[in-house]
Design a protein around this ligand. Structure first.
Ligand SMILES: Cc1cc2nc3c(=O)[nH]c(=O)nc-3n(C[C@H](O)[C@H](O)[C@H](O)COP(=O)(O)OP(=O)(O)OC[C@H]3O[C@@H](n4cnc5c(N)ncnc54)[C@H](O)[C@@H]3O)c2cc1C
Length: 448
């Protein structure tokens, strides 16, 4: 995450999770809501940042001032009758789980890592494996405080300043600093998840399983490397919170840390194909069912801290898009073929149906349809060329890409994916900016 610690002649680099692009900025830690606006207002533009778990440049600002929020990490109020939690925006989802699970509560929506802040979860209006039944994180946010760079502070909710509520949820940190938020947790009686895993072969089997699924959480891992009869094979995973009372103990700290940047040659077609094959066959039977702990079900990657070093010092790009149901099958086939032909895919590919619960945020990513997300190690030219091609296919099939995972969209693509961007621009704080926003509004070239 974040501070690479690397000293340069300029200001330090704050890295996003993909470690690309590498941009310099001043990092100012915030501890209290009153720390902002800063006492000595910087001449530079500003941007709030959380734990740097976005992949591209949405949490970066070259030569800017990054307002680092994880020090604002206090719980302010919890109502165990309703599950309403008020906390500062720098509180991580990990901290919420450690507090809430022993009390019989769980996050209403969680991404594939618990190392994100509440502010980051709101600003990207994150989604999880229960999108089809719960919508995005923003739907479970009751209220928050927004502070603008001119010192104005106001509370936003569906009834108080509702237009600011909608602009800030999914607003990529550009509308102001969120200092605290109230979210609604959901009750659980056990850490366990009742799990069901089904192997599938090909996109049609994936579609059939998605249509039949009844569980609260659904997601599939899909092999984007194998060709021939193994093309688009995968494992479809479903889960529900167990209704049988069970352990509600807090999680243990992960003990593994990826220790160094892997050299570029280590991740190649053969090592990735071998991993995919192992992963597919780890489930030996066509179907596997039983209780599992919530940690490996929701956060398999969190077991190894700093796993992003696996991609080496050049980092990686994540591509994440959604295509509408009508064109989803055809479009995903074209995308999967382009990826397998390139031989560039890594092992972390997920595919899922989004539901039709509308997002509260004006700029939120999820729309009804089929979503694909996967990582590509950066190999100059070839990776950029492939991701740019996938973006064009996404546009052709009427889909859109996720800003929180992006480092390559052109202004034309972004503005076609999010035609409401002009309306959103009215809410952007004049003292705030981001490398992403500069790029997609045509003020900064795409870094090659
Ligand atoms: C392994 C992994 C799995 C993931 N899985 C998913 C997934 O399943 N679904 C999903 O939606 N995302 C997923 N993500 C992405 C991640 O959830 C989002 O990028 C999230 O926003 C990161 O939060 P953060 O605290 O790290 O914020 P950062 O990445 O530091 O910042 C994200 C955005 O939030 C803004 N921001 C941060 N704090 C504040 C604040 N206090 N006030 C205003 N703006 C603020 C920043 O300006 C920036 O625009 C995943 C990421 C990883 C690494």
């Amino acid at each position: 995450m974040g501070k690479s610690g690397r000293k340069t002649e300029q200001t330090p680099i704050f890295e996003s999770w993909g470690r690309y692009p590498q941009l310099h900025a001043d990092l100012i830690p915030l501890h209290w809501a009153s720390d902002f606006p800063l006492q000595h207002a910087p001449a530079a533009l500003q941007l709030p940042v959380g734990l740097g778990r976005s992949y591209g440049d949405v949490c970066l600002l070259e030569n800017g001032t990054l307002l680092h929020t994880p020090g604002m990490d206090r719980f302010l109020h919890f109502d165990s009758a309703t599950g309403m939690l008020r906390c500062e925006a720098g509180v991580s989802l990990q901290k919420i789980l450690d507090f809430a699970v022993p009390r019989g509560f769980f996050l209403p929506v969680t991404p594939g890592t618990k190392y994100v802040t509440v502010g980051g979860a709101i600003a990207n209006d994150i989604h999880g494996k229960n999108h089809h039944v719960a919508g995005t994180f923003g739907r479970h946010v009751l209220r928050f405080e927004l502070v603008r760079s001119d010192g104005t502070r106001f509370v936003c909710s569906p009834i108080e300043n509702p237009e600011w509520f909608a602009a800030t949820i999914g607003g990529m940190g550009l509308t102001g600093l969120i200092t605290w938020a109230e979210i609604h947790l959901r009750p659980i009686v056990s850490r366990k998840i009742d799990f069901l895993g089904d192997q599938f072969h090909g996109i049609d089997e994936f579609f059939a399983l998605s249509l039949d699924a009844t569980a609260e959480y659904t997601v599939a891992w899909i092999d984007c490397i194998s060709t021939g009869r193994n093309f688009a094979r995968g494992i479809f995973m479903q889960g529900d919170h167990s209704e049988t009372p069970g352990p509600l103990t807090p999680s243990k700290e992960p003990r593994l840390t990826f220790p160094f940047d892997l050299p570029e040659f280590a991740l190649n077609r053969f090592s990735m194909a071998a991993f995919n094959s192992l992963y597919f066959h780890k489930q030996l039977r066509k179907q596997k069912a039983g209780p599992v702990d919530y940690e490996p079900f929701f956060y398999p990657l969190d077991a190894v801290l700093h796993w992003n070093r696996l991609y080496g010092r050049h980092g990686f790009l994540q591509f994440q898009n959604v295509l509408p149901h009508e064109s989803g099958r055809e479009g995903m086939l074209e995308i999967l073929k382009a990826i397998t032909q390139s031989g560039l895919a890594s092992f972390l590919a997920v595919i899922k149906f989004f539901g039709d619960i509308p997002s509260v945020g004006m700029m939120s990513f999820p729309t009804p349809g089929v979503m694909l997300a996967l990582d590509f190690p950066i190999r100059r030219d070839v990776t950029f060329e492939l991701v740019d091609r996938l973006a064009r296919i996404t546009l052709d099939y009427g889909g859109r890409m996720y800003s929180a995972k992006d480092a390559r969209m052109t202004p034309e693509q972004f503005q076609a994916f999010y035609p409401q961007w002009r309306e959103f621009a009215r809410f952007v704080d004049p003292g705030f900016d981001s490398a992403f926003w500069q790029r997609v509004t045509g003020r900064r070239p795409i870094v090659a």
